[in-house]
Design a protein around this ligand. Structure first.
Ligand code: ATP
Ligand code: MG
Length: 250
């Protein structure tokens, strides 16, 4: 679905990322972990075409209209209500107002915001705005979903609930996902593969791990799976800069 090959990215001088290779196969869920400032958002910018890499290429198996992108900063229009924000993309694609509003309400309800459709972004908390932004992207039913730290602003309960809704949708619809996150446990419980970026500058893919937990998954149950603890340790070692041992280097 998505292939990134030899991606080197810089902002002016030194490369931030160097020779990044990663892949998301159709129907697979990949997580991208890495220290703050290592270049995770820059990878997504290249995938969406917002930024041109210095070298390397990005190959997508679907047209850009099938790619949903959830930005790290929320991008809701302040003069539109939550419902209107979620419905906007559907309206632009030609959906009649009523159908767009109904779909918007459906997605807002899945995000636990059924009573907030009429509110403006300024009348919502940070976590509520984030959930509106998630609903906005999912309502367009993308085939490939790119998300940059979508759950960072949510409390533990809401985060688990929203992740579970998202996972259910992804599994039913066989979506392909690339999720950027700082949360090791979230990366494991949601993904089929976890990529780890090294500390920049010139960050590289330090490791790629496969998650051997069957689907459909329950976010909380996944944490009790026997492979969960050992993988968590490996990710911790990868991120804390311990020398990666050969068996789990890429
Ligand atoms: N527009 C820009 N101009 C110059 N440097 C930039 C720009 N955007 C990002 N950078 C630098 O590139 C590096 C990678 O940034 P990026 O936003 O991709 O990191 P990240 O892994 O997403 O970090 P975080 O986890 O904090 O979101 C950082 O060192 C950052 O300071
Ligand atoms: Mg970022």
């Amino acid at each position: 679905m998505l292939r990134v090959r030899g991606l080197t990215v810089g902002y002016g001088g030194e490369p931030v990322l160097e020779g990044i290779d990663l892949e998301v196969e159709a129907g697979k869920f990949a997580a991208l972990l890495g220290p703050s400032g290592s270049g995770k958002t820059s990878v997504l910018r290249c995938v969406t075409g917002l930024m041109r890499p210095q070298s390397g290429r990005v190959e997508l198996d679907v047209p850009p209209t099938e790619v949903g992108f959830l930005f790290q900063d929320d991008a809701l229009l302040p003069w539109r209500t939550a419902r209107q924000n979620v419905a906007l993309g559907l309206r632009i694609r030609g959906a009649p107002r009523r159908a767009a509003d109904e779909k918007a309400d459906h997605w807002l309800a899945l995000m636990g915001l059924e009573d907030f459709g009429g509110r403006f972004p300024r009348q919502l908390s940070g976590g509520q705005r984030k959930r509106v932004a998630i609903a906005q992207v999912l309502a367009l039913e993308p085939k490939l979903l790119l998300m940059d730290e979508p759950f960072a602003a949510l409390d533990a309960i809401v985060r688990t609930r929203v992740t579970q809704e998202l996972l259910g949708w992804v599994e039913r619809e066989h979506l392909s996902v690339l999720l950027v996150t700082h949360d090791l446990e979230e990366a494991i419980s949601a993904s089929d593969f976890v990529y780890v970026l090294s500390q920049g500058p010139r960050a590289r893919i330090r490791a790629r791990h496969e998650v051997h937990i069957a689907r459909p998954r329950n976010v909380l149950e996944s944490r009790r799976h026997p492979t969960f603890g050992p993988l968590l340790r490996r990710l911790w070692d990868d991120l804390s800069g311990e020398p990666a041992s050969v068996d789990y280097a890429l």
